[in-house]
Design a protein around this ligand. Structure first.
Ligand code: NDP
Ligand code: 7N6
Length: 308
């Protein structure tokens, strides 16, 4: 099929410098141009975008620069016969490292030392508070690109790693795989419960009152997936009632996290502003993926990461 033009929708600037992204396509066989809202597209156009727009349904192919494409109506793309691809596959190291750094900090207390450094105080933690992540159990919920990368890293740190996914395909470094309906069994012994599933009707509110109650009281929740996978009010209650020990959170029900959120106030909650995937070369990783798919599109091959 023909592809005459690659458009970069200006919404990409939510996460990457848009001009640098366009420049990354310099060697592409078709021209690349920035586009705003309201443009009329045709079937020989491809669009790389952060947000969905109704007019994209007139294009030939739309690429979502996020791995999570939960804001796109996949049925509408299927009905319109427009290919939709996402950006899974490029976030293993970036999101994997942030998840690991959350775990290391929550165990080794970097976050508490920095809090006290800000006050110029020589704070010493209670003797029984620090621990090593080595020999601790992590339960990784969702074993795709990110979940696998986290599992490998946890395994390398000497942790015991179990996981949850729908298929039972084994994953390197993961000793036991549970199905979604065995979630409770999977998380009840874990020191770290790490969320790396997409946000879908099945994963919405996956961790709520019941789950926090059955989790260990010295357990930590790491959420690098999507905010609504955790019932945030239930999380706040669980933290207040010491049902769990803390959390490392990159994603929230409402983003930016509102100033009034109680989550800001917990010593044992680390908050990052949905930047788990951020690096200085994120736009290049995305461009490599889009360029590979332009070549596939032009050769009539199956597109990588096709989700509709
Ligand atoms: P993948 O599609 O590679 O992995 C998703 C995994 O979740 C698969 O292993 C799938 O396995 C599993 N899964 C799906 N549904 C369920 C379920 N109901 N219960 C248990 N497991 C399930 O995606 P990525 O690893 O690339 O990304 C995962 C999510 O992380 C994205 O959807 C996105 O929302 C979020 N994300 C966040 C970022 C950030 O900046 N914080 C950056 C990138 C992604 P199986 O099919 O076997 O069930
Ligand atoms: C860009 C975040 C995803 O789903 O949410 C992330 O890929 C994108 C910094």
């Amino acid at each position: 099929p023909d592809l005459d033009q690659l458009y970069v929708h200006e919404s990409v600037e939510n996460v990457i410098p848009k001009e640098a992204f366009v420049d990354a396509f310099d060697d592409l066989s078709i021209p690349t141009a920035l586009v705003g809202d309201g443009h009329e597209f045709g079937r020989t156009d491809a669009i790389a975008t952060y947000v969905p727009r109704p007019e994209f349904l007139d294009a030939g192919w739309v690429h979502c620069i996020r791995a999570g494409y939960d804001e796109f109506d996949t049925e509408a793309y299927e009905d319109a016969g427009v290919r939709l691809t996402n950006s899974t596959g490029i976030h293993g190291s970036t999101v994997g490292e942030l998840a690991l750094s959350f775990m290391l900090s929550l165990a080794r207390l970097d976050h508490r030392y920095r809090d006290h450094q800000n006050q110029r105080t020589w704070w010493e933690p209670p003797y029984d508070r620090p621990f090593t992540i080595e020999n601790e159990r992590a339960c990784v919920v969702g074993l795709g690109t990110i979940g696998k990368a986290i599992a490998t890293r946890c395994d390398a740190m000497g942790m015991e790693v179990v996981g949850v996914r729908r298929s039972d395909e084994p994953v390197p470094g993961v000793s036991d795989i549970f199905s979604p309906d065995e979630l409770h069994e999977a998380i009840e012994d874990a020191r770290f419960v790490v969320l790396t599933v997409p946000h879908t009707p099945e994963t919405d509110g996956m961790l709520s009152d019941e789950e926090f109650e059955l989790m260990r009281d010295d357990a930590y929740v790491i959420n690098v997936a999507r905010g609504p996978i955790v019932d945030e009010d239930a999380l706040v209650d669980a933290l207040e009632d010491d049902e769990i020990a803390g959390a490392g959170l990159d994603v929230f029900e409402t983003e930016p996290l509102p100033e009034a959120s109680p989550l800001w106030d917990f010593d044992e909650v680390i908050i990052s502003p949905h930047k788990a995937s951020a690096t200085n070369r994120y736009h290049l990783d995305l461009a490599d993926l889009v360029m590979e798919n332009v070549h596939r599109y032009q050769s009539g091959d199956l597109l990588k990461n096709r989700v509709a």
